[in-house]
Design a protein around this ligand. Sequence first.
Ligand SMILES: CC(=O)CC(=O)C(=O)O
Ligand SMILES: [Mg+2]
Length: 217
Amino acid sequence: MASKGVSRFVEVGKKIVAVGRNYSEHAKELGNAVPSEPILFLKPTTSYITVGRKIELPKGATELHHEVELGVVIGKKCKDISPSAVTDHIAGYTVALDMTDREKQTELKDKKLPWAVSKGFDTSCPVGEFVPKSDLTKDVQDLGIWLKVNGELKQNGNTRDMLFPVADLISHISGIFTLEPGDLVLTGTPSGVGPVTSGDVITAGVEGCPDIEFTVQ
Ligand SMILES: CC(=O)CC(=O)C(=O)O
Ligand SMILES: [Mg+2]
């Protein structure tokens, strides 16, 4: 869980493609079916924040949830690429949060409406430092991923439990949205998501990436 001394932040301002329900235990904890193909949604670039900024509770939100995710930063344009070509198109990795207004998301899901309002509000995508691909010494599909709220462990998973591994995800996405250098792919969250409120401090990490810390206000 210790931070490594990587100094470059993820360059924000590029699109964010997020994957939902990529860990079966998380799909089940919210009473959702395990998907047979990746569920994709977009978060606006105005949702990014980097270390030092605060996560703002969206207006009227009663249940803001944390979701820690492995973020994959794209290095080369990806259009219709095969899984075996994906590694060559990745620049590196980061720790990211997919902050979610869960009550709003449930309401939208029930009405079969898109999730944008519940997942795309300002400050809903905190990101950590950028780790170049060459600095990640472990297999990307065998990384511990965890999150604490006020020091209490809430999420504790491993990227080996992804339903769709990074290579398959990015190949699939590249057949729909062209991915460009600097784009961020959020690869889904493990189980243990839950609420945070004003004043809470979220710490989170992915093995091989510097830990992140963000306060909710
Ligand atoms: C149910 C969700 O919010 C899907 C999601 O974002 C995930 O990471 O899984
Ligand atoms: Mg998510």
